[in-house]
Design a binder for this molecule. Structure first.
Ligand code: ADP
Ligand code: MG
Length: 699
């Protein structure tokens, strides 16, 4: 079959989607289900029974034998517990069954998932509840039902609950604002396209590196003669083996209904990217989780390991995840698309202003949404945006915003004078030329691209924060404008005031430069360089109030999320420290000793027959000294890790995270520097680890 027919035929073939539902469900049930999904109301058990039965029959016809509630606990990875459909029947037989009760609610043992201080382990029960806004699908012969995960007292224990709540919050406020523009819109959804970066390396190399196995990144490794300086990898031709991987990845993703669109090489050697077509935020989130999982599985089949860590290799770029975000109405209008008439542009400018205000007022939260031990290696490393949150809007739009602030005419590029006032804005040019890659939050014509999140992140966190912050701007705008007597005048006044107040967050220059660090400080922008520093702001009063006001999460939930993230940070570094110690004691130091012994024996033999081997003698001397230095630093690392403070309350967790950052990381760096120096002195055949050159430039 030609691909024009073949691909559409299997696209979504593993998804219980709209088409399948229409086909398999009685009309009234289908309608009732749609209504539940749209209104977010509770599902009736009689409806659930019919849906479950249809789902099961469909899943069996595709070869599935099990089902699972597929959810996203705070670990960031998706969790599943498989149950088979089998039910005993008669004296010895079985039948395949799946009830409405099993569809709508599951009860995994919640005690082994991180929950901060939310749920004492003795009351381990949590439950998962079907999210009918995301389709069920089949993966590994298992029917997966996308679900939210909460405790019996209703606190969200996962990444999805706040996301769904934030989508409602922003919809509510955006509809209020649109009403002021005479639009009757019932639902505004946020849309997301998450570009996913990743590395592929050979399985045999991976298997020999305990650092990759235990921590996802290399803790040692001298730079090879060539890195990414030739810029020959980005968009370069794709290795045939990688091409085969990408083809199968697309196939697998398409079957799952993931709109995988673009595949290309990235900047670093061995680094690649997949960009999907955007979807509503919670589906995009589920699909991104699936994408990461499928990438790992397909890589394995092709003799690769897919690395999703933010910084697998020092000295070359790490991997991020670009979160492209916009707002669109149920009538399909993209609210961040500049319009062609002055009136529609007033609406556009108002939504743009709402985002600018949100980003400025909640810089800390956006930074927190990209905070992890892994991502700290990227942010600010001249390869990813700095830790300072700022916004790029392009020169033309910036000129328009500036003229709005100053209340003067805007002179466009063609030098045409245009009168300005919100009711008569000039048509806004779509800025497609200037793509500032150094900005963490860039307007790219009809959407924003948030570039801080790390490659391994679950994007739910970024998006619930972004949605809520923008919902808050829109709420304030709606409050003010609804009370106004003259809408046009009030709108003009509001836009001017808000832009003036939040102009500081707009920056079109080079975000990687040192000057920006200073300029940003002068502007009063936050520069939360490390994860512990960022996290210390999560529970700030303004943030807790924000989440509470929009019903996203309670103060207790924010605190528990902070605790989980702090704990995760410390644990990550603890594991990295232990891995380093093990590699030093059992691989690197023994290899150095063995190699210098070998050299020393040679020197002794030469000396005994009267040959002067002064150079070699020097090498032995240096090797011995450096190995001794490494041993000493290793002992210091051991002590640093052993001395880490304990305690589980939020202050202790904060303290511990800071301890790892300030005390453990510097010693780890010292160990690495000495070990990498030794690597370049030891015979390649005697070095116990695959080198960077070998891992990155495989054929
Ligand atoms: P790049 O940033 O690599 O140049 P594009 O600008 O084509 O690529 O798109 C990047 C991503 O933005 C894609 O995943 C695309 O689906 C997504 N995107 C496009 N429009 C929207 C939108 N309205 N809302 C959310 N994401 C969008
Ligand atoms: Mg992009």
């Amino acid at each position: 079959m030609d691909t024009a027919k073949r691909v559409p035929a299997y696209f979504g073939s593993m998804v219980f989607n709209e088409k399948v539902m229409q086909e398999l469900l009685p009309k009234d049930i289908y309608k009732a289900l749609k209504k539940t999904a749209e209104q977010g109301s509770a599902i009736d058990i009689s409806i659930a029974n019919v849906v479950a039965n249809a789902m099961k029959d469909w899943a069996l016809s595709k070869g599935a034998t099990h089902f699972t509630h597929w959810f996203q606990p705070m670990t960031g990875v998706t969790a599943e517990k498989h149950d088979s459909f089998i039910t005993p029947e008669g004296s010895a037989g079985i039948i395949m069954e799946f009830s409405g009760k099993e569809l709508i609610k599951g009860e995994p043992d919640a005690s082994s998932f991180p929950s901060g201080g939310l749920r004492a382990t003795f009351e381990a029960r949590g439950y998962t509840a079907w999210d009918p806004t995301s389709y069920a699908f089949i993966k590994d012969k298992t029917l997966c039902i996308p679900t939210a995960f909460c405790s019996y007292t209703g606190e969200g224990l996962d990444k999805k609950i706040p996301l769904l709540r934030s989508m409602d919050a922003i919809s509510k406020q955006a509809c209020r604002v649109l009403k002021l523009f005479g639009k009757d819109v019932r639902r505004v959804t946020t849309t997301v396209g998450a570009e996913q970066e990743y590395f592929l390396i050979n399985k045999e190399d991976y298997a020999k590196r305990r650092d990759l196995i235990f921590t996802g990144r290399t803790l040692f490794g001298a730079m090879p003669p060539k890195g990414q300086e030739m810029e020959d990898h980005y968009f370069g031709s794709i290795r045939p083996r990688v091409k085969a991987f990408m083809e199968e990845l697309d196939d697998e993703l398409w079957k799952l209904g993931v709109l995988s669109k673009t595949e290309h090489n990235e900047v670093a050697p061995c680094q690649h990217e997949m960009a999907p077509i955007f979807e509503t935020t919670n589906v995009a989130t589920d699909h991104n989780q699936l994408t990461m999982e499928v990438m790992k599985r397909v890589a394995n089949k092709h003799g690769f390991v897919c690395l999703l860590h933010e910084k697998p290799f020092e000295g070359i770029n790490g991997s991020g995840k670009h979160n492209n975000w916009s707002l669109s109405t149920d009538k399909g209008e993209n609210l961040l698309e500049p319009g062609s008439t002055p009136h529609s542009n007033a609406q556009f400018i108002l939504f743009l202003t709402a985002v600018i205000k949100a980003v400025d007022e909640y810089q800390d939260l956006l930074r927190i949404s990209a905070a992890s031990a892994g991502n700290d290696h990227r942010l600010g490393g001249s390869e990813a945006p700095p830790a300072i949150v700022s916004m790029f809007v392009g020169d033309e739009l910036e000129a328009i915003l500036d003229s709005l602030v100053r209340g003067i005419d805007y002179t466009d590029v063609e030098k045409t004078m245009m009168s300005i006032g919100v009711s008569a804005l000039p048509p806004i040019p779509k800025d497609t030329t200037d793509r500032n890659r150094t900005s963490p939050f860039a307007f790219t014509g009809n959407k924003f691209e948030f570039r801080m999140p790390g490659s391994s992140f679950n994007i739910a966190c970024t998006n619930f924060i972004l949605n809520t912050a923008v919902a808050e701007s829109l709420r304030k705008f709606a409050d003010e404008l609804e009370a106004a007597k003259n809408m046009d005048a009030a709108l003009a006044e509001l836009i001017q005031r808000e832009l003036k107040n939040h102009r500081q967050v707009v920056f079109n220059g080079n975000g990687y430069s040192d000057e920006w660090q200073q300029a940003a400080a002068q502007r009063g922008l936050m520069n939360l360089k490390t994860t512990p520093e960022a996290l210390s702001h999560y529970t700030d009063e303004k943030n807790v109030k924000l989440f509470a006001r929009h019903g996203i999460c309670t103060a207790t939930e924010v605190q528990s999320r902070t605790e989980i993230l702090l704990d995760e940070y410390a644990k990550t570094l603890h594991i990295e420290g232990l891995t380093m110690l093990e590699m030093l004691s059992r691989q690197i130091i023994p290899a150095c000793i063995a190699y210098s012994n070998k050299l020393a024996e040679g020197v002794a033999v030469k000396k005994s027959i009267g040959i002067d081997a002064a150079e070699e003698r020097d090498m032995v001397q240096q090797l011995t000294e450096q190995t001794a230095a490494l041993s000493k630093t290793r002992a210091a690392l051991q002590k640093a890790v052993d001395d880490a403070p304990a305690g589980n309350d939020i202050q202790s967790l904060q303290h511990r995270a800071e301890y790892y950052r300030d005390t453990v990381i510097p010693v780890m760096q010292q160990c690495r520097t000495i070990a990498d120096g030794l690597e370049s002195m030891v015979d390649e055949n005697d070095w116990p680890l695959p080198t960077y050159g070998r891992m990155l430039f495989y054929v």
